[in-house]
Design a protein around this ligand. Structure first.
Ligand code: 1PR
Length: 529
């Protein structure tokens, strides 16, 4: 029997879906005895180092796990699970790890790099391992702020390393026990191939590499993200729609550009590095009442093995029956249904308004609650800014840029006003205030839309993206306005954006994801092919 160590944090549904896709059944560990029973055990790590260790100890799993590993029984750790093999982590000072490997897990230095590392990076194998028999040097999906140092790791355990500012341990293996910092269940066909070997082979075997070890540095790829704006059309069906500057109606009807699950699968097959669903009218209704949307997420996660983000309506809510749901309840349901990350739009603006008014956070915002439980990397802030032109920087207290695209009256300056409810209401918060505050509250990534550019195909708003990128250490996804493959090259070369997202051109097959990636590769920009 294959067992999944589900200790109740984060999205283990992806692992379950991936195993099922490979034709195997997997059952959840229900008691410490199951850890002894399991023929094979998958130990996914989701959340912080401290929360993983607390749960393992509280549920009585830590000791049987150590024993199982000492007995060399087939075990595969993923992400924070690899980190839990060590003695401790800077993420959770004072919390002991499993102590199977010596040393402390460290935080990446965000001086020069976006942290968390989110995206597709390479690995350098230090020995030949049967788990990687079908692996052909593809990039694999990582998402983490902490890493295991190479120094001090016993050589018998070292399987793979990766570079992100420093060289860190991306996989360990000894006998039948392996652990990986990347997510095989989210790494497309390459990841599924690794998982398949663990499930199918009786044992893991490693031997020295023939010839000289590879020393070429690995590079984090720039991500290409396909976005699906989803809402009910006038017939009540959930459809993928697309607006021009957020207006999704054409001749009075909601534009219908396809079915969400089919379109998401198409983008996965065409090589999208991530897929984002935005439930664009969720601010009106309670999202947990929106069962069709949850069903779309469930069905997509059974067929799509790259990260899925979902946004729309993440906020606290009291139903007509008086029952209170926290934003964390809403997000948890999205994670249980297959999301890897959630994105928060309107509620982030409201939170920032409160923090600015009170001078400090209250610890209870959706961003803080969700980030505490699921980790910063699971919390994306979707920003919907619009330009406000001014004749001089003195005309406003907001963070102004000088623009090469003057306003309607020749204004040479503008600031970016944050909006809520899909651009319907502007607020007295600028994009710099928003992203900096959200980063401090524990957000892990910024999805930076632009109402002025949305659907125009005139290219990304490079001035906006540059302004935001300079303000935060967390990754920034450029969004809105892509019209050609060259626009992607431009945004990566001129702003340092970590990922670029598009909708209209992909839905209408005007530009293909492959075409974008070919151009990036030819321009020397790292991307996953
Ligand atoms: O506020 O937390 O309920 O979240 C609602 C979410 O829905 C927000 O993330 C907001 O951006 C999104 N949204 C709301 N209304 C619209 C709309 O279009 N009327 N869509 C909307 C935002 C922007 C991007 C789009 C890019 C790329 N759409 O999602 O995909 O601009 O488009 P392009 O490549 O065609 O230019 P909450």
């Amino acid at each position: 029997m294959i067992y999944l160590l589900d200790y109740g944090a984060g999205n283990v549904r992806s692992v379950r879906n991936a195993v099922q896709r490979l034709g195997e059944e997997i059952v959840a560990v229900r008691s410490p005895a199951d850890i002894e029973l399991a023929d094979k055990l998958i130990f996914p790590g989701v959340g912080s180092f401290g929360s993983v260790m607390h749960r393992l100890i509280a549920d009585g799993y830590a000791e049987p796990l150590r024993r199982r590993i000492a007995e060399n029984r087939p075990t595969l750790g993923i992400c924070v699970a690899l980190q839990a093999f060590f003695e401790g982590s800077e993420e959770s000072p004072g919390v002991p790890g499993l102590g199977i490997l010596p040393g402390m897990v460290r935080r990446f230095d965000d001086g020069q790099l976006a942290v968390p590392q989110i995206g597709w990076n390479g690995i350098r194998l230090h020995k030949h391992c049967s788990l990687f028999a079908d692996y052909q040097s593809e990039n694999l999906y990582f998402v983490h702020s902490y890493h295991a140092p190479v120094q001090g790791l016993p050589e018998e355990w070292l399987l793979a390393t990766t570079d992100y500012g420093v060289e860190f341990v991306s996989a360990v293996c000894r006998g039948n026990v392996a652990a990986m910092q990347f997510h095989p269940e989210k790494s497309g066909a390459a990841g599924l191939g690794i998982l398949k070997r663990f499930l199918m082979d009786d044992r893991i075997s490693c031997r020295p590499l023939p010839g000289q070890p590879v020393t070429t540095p690995t590079r984090l790829a720039k991500r290409i993200i396909a976005c699906l704006d989803v809402r009910s059309n006038d017939q009540g069906d959930l459809v993928v729609t697309k607006g021009d500057q957020y207006d999704v109606r054409e001749a009075g009807q909601v534009r219908n550009l396809g079915k969400p699950v089919e379109l998401a699968r198409r983008y996965f097959e065409e090589g999208a590095d991530e897929i984002t669903f935005l439930n664009i009218t969720a601010f009106r209704d309670f999202p947990l009442a929106d069962q069709p949307m949850l069903e779309i997420l469930r069905r997509t996660s059974e067929q799509v093995f790259v990260p899925l983000t979902i946004g729309g309506g993440i906020r606290e809510f009291t139903g007509s029956d008086g029952v209170f749901y926290s934003a964390l309840d809403v997000a948890s349901e999205y994670f249980r249904s297959g999301a890897d990350k959630i994105s928060i739009g309107s509620d982030a603006v409201t939170t920032v308004e409160q923090v600015l008014a009170n001078g400090r956070p209250n610890g209870k915002s959706a961003i803080e609650q969700i980030s505490r439980v699921y980790g910063a990397q699971a919390v994306v802030i979707s920003v919907d800014p619009r330009r406000v032109y001014v004749t001089s920087p003195q005309q406003t207290n907001h963070a102004v840029i000088e623009t090469v695209f003057p306003g309607p009256h020749g204004e040479r300056y503008c600031w970016y006003q944050c909006t809520v409810k899909g651009g319907r209401e502007g607020r007295d918060v600028d994009v710099v205030q928003l992203v900096r505050t959200c980063e401090q509250l524990g957000a892990g990534e910024i999805l930076l839309n632009c109402i002025d550019r949305d659907g125009t195909k005139n290219g990304f708003d490079l001035e906006l993206i540059r302004q935001v990128k300079q303000q935060v250490k967390i990754p920034v996804i450029a969004s809105s306005g892509a019209g050609t493959a060259t626009h992607f090259q431009e945004v990566f070369e001129q702003t340092g954006a970590d990922a670029a997202l598009a909708a209209g051109i992909f839905h209408r097959r005007e530009v293909g994801i492959g075409e974008v990636k070919n151009l990036l590769r030819d321009s020397g920009i790292a991307c996953r092919q």
